[in-house]
Design a protein around this ligand. Structure first.
Ligand code: NAP
Length: 276
């Protein structure tokens, strides 16, 4: 059994991106927009801005109050879309209650969609003509690649079908020739399905949701969940201590998927900046 070091892989990829930026005559620029006072969102934004600075991406931070109107958010996104020095725009979700995130995101042009959430980028992913892919699923693919996991013909089970994680994850695995099952809250006999998984990805958001009896001997287990346990400590979806011995490799939380997500945001910003 191997515990996958997402932090180490992230550091390697960030060093490669830093080199690439240093050797380019374009300085990638990322605008991060946050609306309201959600404490978790503020931490995520701070981490993203710090990570950008470390590799030479210029970041532009915009804060709107909790009381901002839909129009104010959309006007700001429209203004950022016009700025040449900004190659990527990230709208931190969730937005405060009453604001329509889908309508707001439609104001981020495809060329600056570093989250890969736009209809165009999702369509390209579905057509296996990927351009910018959602950061978390993309980071997971990099982890699997780095571990030498051969997905061809393997049964991959994804628990969770969100537009931001579960669905793009399933599509990437399908594009890599895995046989993919997507499970969700209405799935009947989740345990039996999971037990047949060669690769199991959990993106549910419930601590200790994936238990040892749901995991096949030798499976690869990827834990996307970011939850708090009963002591308030950060933990994933997987009952890590009991599951790990059954796996061939497993991502921990923290230190698994999380560091790769931010790294892929920078990777995507380079794609839009360098028009790759
Ligand atoms: P989400 O939008 O809430 O989706 C959760 C999914 O889990 C839904 O599809 C839901 O099914 C499914 N689900 C809920 N209860 C279930 C059950 N009992 N059995 C089977 N499926 C069930 O969450 P998300 O945005 O995808 O995020 C999932 C988790 O990943 C969260 O903990 C989030 O914080 C974390 N996350 C981590 C990173 C990272 O970088 N590490 C990035 C993004 C998200 P229905 O569709 O039927 O409701």
């Amino acid at each position: 059994m191997k515990i996958i070091d997402g932090k180490a892989l992230a550091a390697t990829l960030r060093a490669e991106l830093k080199d690439k930026i240093e050797n380019s005559n374009i300085q990638p620029g990322l605008a991060v927009v946050i609306v309201g006072n959600d404490p978790a969102s503020r931490i995520y934004v701070r981490n993203k801005i710090k990570a950008c600075g470390e590799i030479g991406i210029r970041s532009f931070s915009y804060e709107l109050p909790e009381t901002a109107t839909q129009k104010e958010v959309e006007d700001l996104l429209d203004a950022l879309a016009e700025k040449d020095e900004i190659h990527g725009i990230l709208l931190q979700l969730p937005l405060p209650k009453g604001l329509d995130s889908e309508a707001a995101m439609a104001h981020i042009p495809f060329e600056k969609d570093v989250d890969g959430f736009s209809a165009e980028n999702l369509g390209l992913l579905t057509l296996h003509k990927e351009k910018v892919v959602a950061c978390t699923p993309l980071g997971i693919m990099k982890i699997l690649e780095n571990e030498g996991v051969d997905l061809c013909g393997k049964h991959a089970v994804v628990i969770g079908r969100s537009d931001t994680v579960g669905k793009p994850m399933a599509m990437l695995l399908l594009n890599a020739n895995a046989t993919v099952t997507v499970c969700h809250s209405k799935t009947v006999d989740l345990k039996a399905i999971c037990r047949t998984a060669d690769v199991l990805v959990s993106a549910v958001g419930k601590a200790k949701f994936v238990t040892a009896d749901m995991v096949k001997e030798g499976a690869v287990v990827i834990d996307v969940g970011m939850n708090r346990d009963e002591d308030g400590k950060l933990c994933g979806d997987v009952d890590f201590e009991n599951v790990k011995e059954k796996t061939s490799c497993i991502t921990p939380v923290p230190g698994g998927v999380g560091p790769m997500t931010i790294t892929m945001l920078m990777y995507n910003t380079c794609i839009t900046a360098f028009k790759e």
